[in-house]
Design a protein around this ligand. Sequence first.
Ligand SMILES: C[S@@+](CC[C@H](N)C(=O)[O-])C[C@H]1O[C@@H](n2cnc3c(N)ncnc32)[C@H](O)[C@@H]1O
Length: 226
Amino acid sequence: MSETKPLNTEFTLEDNPHLGEIYLRTMAHTDRPIGEYVRYLGISSERLIGKLVLDLGSGTHRKFARDAEKIGVQVVSVDPVSPKMRLNHGDVSITAFEAYTIQAQADIAAGKLVRAAAQELPLPDDTFDEAFSVFAVPYWLPKIDYDTHVTKSLTETVRVLKPGGGARLYPVTPIANPKRIGGGFVPEETVDLLTSAGCEVSMPRTSQPKSNGTGFWHRLIIKKAA
Ligand SMILES: C[S@@+](CC[C@H](N)C(=O)[O-])C[C@H]1O[C@@H](n2cnc3c(N)ncnc32)[C@H](O)[C@@H]1O
């Protein structure tokens, strides 16, 4: 079992109110390829060709986006964490940090990477065909005032979707479990808010079992009114 890294005092919840404490402590960083994204989200990569996709909590190197761009999908990646934070956390070497920084600066300049959190997206209304989040939102949202963070993230996601656009987020868990790290619960009030705004919301069970053996993850699917 991997050890939990000590909380780096340089990153506090006060400085980073959009990041969960557990996330700051573990800096659980991954860069999943497109194959894993489509499996978790329950879609085919072909259906994304020609679309404009938002990836919420993309990771700093945009692996999914790079794979998707090769097959003709346009992706805007959003992540609040910079390579600098990961270097300070001891998560990357100085050589990797330098390479990631150059790449991230180029991606930001090209409008492909936005350094922001899902709760406050500096992006225009009615823009994206699809919005995805894999092991990021709502999984790693702060535990403190969790419901507010979920609601803000999901209403922001819907705001930036085109009418008729769709969001898929994985994983979610249908019931609140405060002991579980990462969360992923979507409060009933948030679902009510989205449905009253004209969205269709569903949370089907997936075939992916939870790693702690307590059942299966669900995915959250939101369709914005056309
Ligand atoms: C486990 S990684 C997943 C990265 C990528 N989606 C993947 O599946 O490989 C979680 C990511 O979520 C980002 N994240 C954490 N809180 C976030 C928030 N409030 N809004 C957007 N992204 C967030 C983290 O910085 C991190 O890059």
